[in-house]
Design a protein around this ligand. Structure first.
Ligand SMILES: Cc1cc2nc3c(=O)[nH]c(=O)nc-3n(C[C@H](O)[C@H](O)[C@H](O)COP(=O)(O)OP(=O)(O)OC[C@H]3O[C@@H](n4cnc5c(N)ncnc54)[C@H](O)[C@@H]3O)c2cc1C
Length: 321
């Protein structure tokens, strides 16, 4: 039996060959997946992963593809797009399937007057993808909101506490290269609050987000902000006295500020351009290839290194390279 027949033998969901990944990412970039399946249940995901492992076929779980750059050559394995989106609301907890949109969880929290997910207002993508990246904004992140997660590890279903997720800035145990866990569900621990106050906070956040969003295909912030020690930030402030005070408060230099100070705003390579509204983002102006994005990233890193002696690190993940 060939690989396709074996994969088809374990699930009812259709398995396609050569599906273009560009349609499944917010960058709108990416070549074909050798095999592609939209899995509607955790059971299907578990079966596909078990079969791929048996066949030694590389596999990848895809949420909404808002933090991934696929190569122009695509992915030489099975891409499993997760499509399970159940949310259970119990007392002050929300248990969300990994494929649920984070925005749906935010809406559910608001509807039930639960506070604790306001920071996530406007972040695209699924709860599983957010967990993997420890997504965060406006002072909150997954690390501060998650109580427990359910995963498949070594073909067994397990529960992990928040601590075992090993969260760090825009990362978690699930983002490590050698991690093959499948996130099945995420439980948020929230607090009963005042619906009007929760809504006001969310409205404020979305208004701020709209100001810097140029509504063009992108993967959000390409780079992580740079955390410095108290001593390093003091030295930096001496060299750049016009830097905002908030950098010292949080001991963090935003990647967007560094890029803008290198005069790179609006810089274009092929169809890839550094956003005019938010220098931390690269947008696809229409016909960008993964290669265009990679070249632009490389120029940004080099310029920032030369000007500031600081090394930018990607927040986005490369797949299929
Ligand atoms: C306009 C825009 C604004 C953004 N703003 C923010 C922001 O403010 N803050 C922020 O942190 N991020 C932001 N992002 C980035 C992105 O939206 C988040 O990181 C998001 O949480 C990723 O979710 P996703 O479903 O798209 O993940 P994907 O991009 O599909 O996947 C990300 C990673 O998670 C893995 N993964 C996904 N689901 C599972 C699963 N079930 N099991 C195992 N692994 C899994 C994937 O394999 C991949 O490694 C923004 C992106 C865009 C386009």
């Amino acid at each position: 039996m060939d690989t396709l027949i074996k994969l088809r033998s374990v699930v009812l969901s259709p398995i396609k060959e050569g599906e273009m990944l560009a349609s499944y990412t917010s960058f709108k970039i990416g070549g074909p997946a050798k095999y592609f399946c939209i899995a509607n249940s955790n059971d299907d995901i578990a079966k596909l992963v078990a079969m791929s492992t048996k066949l030694k076929l590389p596999y990848l779980i895809l949420g909404s593809g808002t933090n991934i750059l696929f190569s122009d050559a695509g992915f030489d394995g099975l891409v499993i797009k997760i499509n399970d989106s159940k949310i259970k609301n119990k007392d002050e907890k929300l248990e969300c399937s990994a494929g649920s949109l984070l925005s749906k969880a935010v809406g559910e929290a608001l509807g039930s007057s639960l506070s604790g997910l306001e920071w996530a207002m406007g972040i695209p993508g699924t709860v599983g993808g957010a967990l993997c990246n420890n997504a965060g904004a406006y002072g909150g992140d997954m690390a501060g909101s998650v109580e427990e997660v359910e995963i498949i590890r070594d073909n067994k279903v397990k529960k992990l506490s928040n601590k075992k997720c090993e969260f760090s800035y825009r990362s978690s145990v699930f983002k490590q290269d050698d991690n093959h866990d499948i996130i099945l569900s995420v439980t948020f621990a929230l607090k009963r609050g005042d619906k009007k106050a929760i809504k006001t906070k969310m409205d404020e956040i979305i208004a701020q987000r709209n100001q810097k969003d140029d509504k063009q295909p992108s993967a959000g912030s390409v780079f992580k902000n740079i955390k410095l020690s108290k001593e390093e930030i003091k030295e930096f402030a001496v060299k750049y006295p016009d830097m905002p005070e908030s950098f010292t408060t949080y001991s963090t230099i935003p990647a967007a500020w560094l890029i803008e100070r290198c005069g790179l705003k609006g810089k274009k390579i092929g169809g890839a351009m550094i956003s005019e509204k938010h220098s931390g983002r690269i947008i696809n102006t229409g016909d960008a290839t993964a290669e265009d994005i990679i070249m632009l990233i490389s120029i940004i890193k080099q310029k920032v290194r030369l000007k500031f002696n600081l090394q930018l690190m990607e927040e986005i993940q490369y797949r299929g390279f």
